[in-house]
Write a new protein. Structure first.
Lengths: 114, 115
């Protein structure tokens, strides 16, 4: 099955700086890579996703890049704000052979210092 | 309108009891899931259902059993609860189209505490 590694486990940045979180996956059949943000006591919420036929996607201050050859993808947050503080999860999914699940990384706790 | 709703939000129970958590989605998705989030925040897949068929069952004790009366509902039954079952349980749903997963959405979670 799929295995997703996520680094770093914790990340502290000054407000206004950029934050980068990196993930690697093991299954070359994976074709969907979402990122979720989970605030304390709340559900994980999708913030951005990318599919295997795209190399980069941007949505305002958030961008995701995918390198299929190296099997890694990254989340980039620019101009960080205190409300960006949360746990971020990467995930990978491959559909086929009856498998549809998202496999998650272990999360990165991002702290944005005002 | 809540897209994926779970009940109850909190559940405190004694060891050895049997309990159920309900999940309903109104997104018209064809696949539903249960995840367990432990104290270290790791999200681990427990079950997934596609068109009322169990398609994934990870290394979960058989005390846990999913029940899906229709494609909008996936309930989780837990027998003989143990202390280690304490966690937050999230239901989720998605729509699988071709080779891609769309709209993976989580419920608000059920915090289970076994005492």
């Amino acid at each position: 099955g799929e295995n997703v590694e996520q680094h770093p486990s914790t990340l502290s940045v000054q407000e206004g700086d950029s934050a980068v979180i990196k993930c690697t996956y093991s299954d070359s059949a994976s074709n969907y890579f979402p990122w979720y943000k989970q605030e304390l006591g709340k559900r994980p919420q999708l913030i951005i996703d990318i599919r295997s036929n795209v190399g980069e996607k941007k949505d305002q201050r958030i961008a995701v890049t995918l390198n299929k050859t190296a099997k890694h993808f990254s989340l980039h947050i620019t101009e960080t704000q205190p409300e960006d503080s949360a746990v971020y999860f990467c995930a990978a999914s491959e559909t086929g052979a009856g498998s549809y699940q998202l496999t998650f990384g272990k999360g990165t706790k991002l702290s944005v210092i005002p | 309108d809540t897209a994926v709703s779970q009940t109850p939000k909190y559940l405190v129970t004694q060891m050895g009891n049997d309990k159920s958590i309900k999940c309903e989605q109104n997104l018209g998705h064809d696949t539903m899931y249960w995840y367990k989030q432990d104290s270290k925040k790791f999200l681990k897949i427990m079950f997934s259902y596609n068109n009322k068929e169990l398609i994934i069952n990870e290394t979960v004790p058989n005390r846990f059993s999913p029940k899906s009366p229709d494609k909008a509902h996936l309930n989780l039954h837990i027998n003989s609860l143990e202390l280690g079952d304490s966690a937050v349980y999230f239901c989720a749903s998605s729509q699988v189209v071709g080779r891609f997963n769309y709209g993976y959405t989580f419920g608000s979670g059920t915090r289970l505490t076994v005492v």
